[in-house]
Design a protein around this ligand. Structure first.
Ligand code: UDP
Ligand code: MN
Length: 390
């Protein structure tokens, strides 16, 4: 074959295209690796939780036909084993460097009580179940799939204390809850605005009630009421108390909008595990949180409802979160909760990631009869309940 100038030109062009293509592929791969590393590092090492990062946007699919939803998690776990949800994968990070294996906390970085009063004072105030206001956030499409198991189990023990905050009228569930289904008229989505809107209504309804304690839970929580009552009895509702469990290992850091050179750092209790606030403290929250102002606070810091609660209490009011390890969200591995300690725990949850379910390990009903395991748990805690016999 003769080497004509035209052939040489074609050859050179082909080689150039090939080299460019290879370089582009190498650069692209590098970028991708860097991006996922950065994201992983943000989740692990920095103070941002996935909550903060995603604003709980509904990125993941969800089918209403199933009780166990495949959903985006809210934040990073803090427990025996550390789990981080990134994309659709749940990464188990055992014995993270510098982390106490038992508590999941950074060694020496945090006492059990986060800088607040170390021990509850003698209350002198008797807290009974009737003194607790329990708000549960839900949404129309979850009424059947999530509320039924609550209504069958722990709701029965606190019919007059529990209120469901939803986003639509539902005459059937209005009856089932004994008139305790509150249509917030907030939008029915999982974004920051909608969730903050519901929390705002929860707070207002609590303030209207004359109850001593405000407790919030999600509709995928089981609440062990006797233990919740016992916890609250240790604290004086006339003092400032914010009780719950964080899901991040270091305080959340956000830029201060008023002074861009500064950052604001605070703890917050994960909403998916539930938390309680004393009446005294909610009254102090009023200027920033009542009458719909809570939504403005969420907008201001652009963070979800549970984070905004932490922001108001810790940053605005300079009060401290008190960590109560017995609250559990599905960001933890539920099967690590030992059955012989069930009666000691305050809240439980469940979730599903793809085919993997995150549920407590409890004997009783079959998986089909009791996919959340809450019926079996209820029977372990209260064996005399009607449906538990036989
Ligand atoms: N939720 C809601 N609107 C929605 C989706 C969820 O109010 O569109 C509520 C839901 O009922 C639950 C809470 O938000 O009480 C958290 O939702 P989910 O458990 O599905 O997600 P997570 O944030 O725990 O991953
Ligand atoms: Mn959940």
């Amino acid at each position: 074959m003769r080497l004509t100038p035209r052939r040489m030109l074609n050859g050179t062009a082909a080689v150039t295209v090939l080299v460019c293509y290879t370089v582009i592929i190498i650069l692209w791969q590098g970028q991708r690796r860097q991006f996922s590393e950065t994201r992983r590092n943000i989740l692990l090492a920095s103070n941002l939780s996935p909550t903060a990062e995603t604003e709980r946007s509904p990125v993941y699919s969800w089918e209403v036909s199933n009780v166990m939803k495949d959903r985006a998690s809210r934040s990073v776990l803090n427990t025996d084993r550390v789990y981080v949800r990134s994309d659709r994968v749940l990464h188990k990070l055992e014995q993270v460097q510098g982390t106490d294996h038992k508590t999941g906390l950074k060694r020496g970085s945090r006492p059990r009580t986060l800088g607040g009063e170390l021990e509850p004072t003698k209350t002198g105030v008797k807290t009974e179940t009737e003194d607790i206001f329990i708000g549960i956030k839900t949404t129309k499409s979850f009424h059947r799939s999530r509320m039924d198991v609550i209504l069958k189990t722990w709701f029965v023990l606190a019919k007059y204390q529990v209120y469901f905050f939803t986003d639509a009228d539902d005459p059937e569930y209005q009856i089932k809850t004994g008139g305790h289904l509150i249509n917030t008229n907030c939008s029915s989505s999982h974004n920051r605005k909608a969730l903050c809107c519901k929390m705002s209504v929860e707070l207002d309804r609590f303030l209207e009630s004359q109850k001593k304690w405000f407790c919030h839970f999600d509709d995928d929580n089981y609440v062990n009421l006797p233990k919740l009552k016992k916890l609250l009895q240790k604290y004086n509702p006339l003092e400032d108390w914010y009780l719950g469990k964080p899901s991040i290992r270091v305080p959340l850091k956000i830029p201060n909008r008023e002074n861009t050179e500064e950052t604001i750092s605070f703890w917050f209790a994960t909403g998916g595990a539930g938390f309680c606030i004393s009446r005294a403290l909610t009254l102090k929250m009023m200027p920033t949180a009542s009458g719909g102002r809570f939504m403005s606070a969420c907008e201001k810091i652009r963070l979800p409802d549970d984070v905004t609660i932490g922001y108001i209490i810790e940053h605005v009011l300079k009060k401290k979160l008190t960590v109560v390890e017995h609250f559990h969200s599905h960001l933890e591995a539920m099967n690590l909760i030992k059955p012989h300690t069930f009666s000691e725990q305050i809240s439980f949850s469940y979730s599903r990631f793809g085919n993997e379910t995150n549920v407590i390990s409890v004997e009783g009903f079959t998986q089909k009869e009791d996919p959340t395991r809450f019926l079996s748990l209820h029977c372990q805690l209260f064996p005399l309940v009607g449906f538990c016999a036989g």
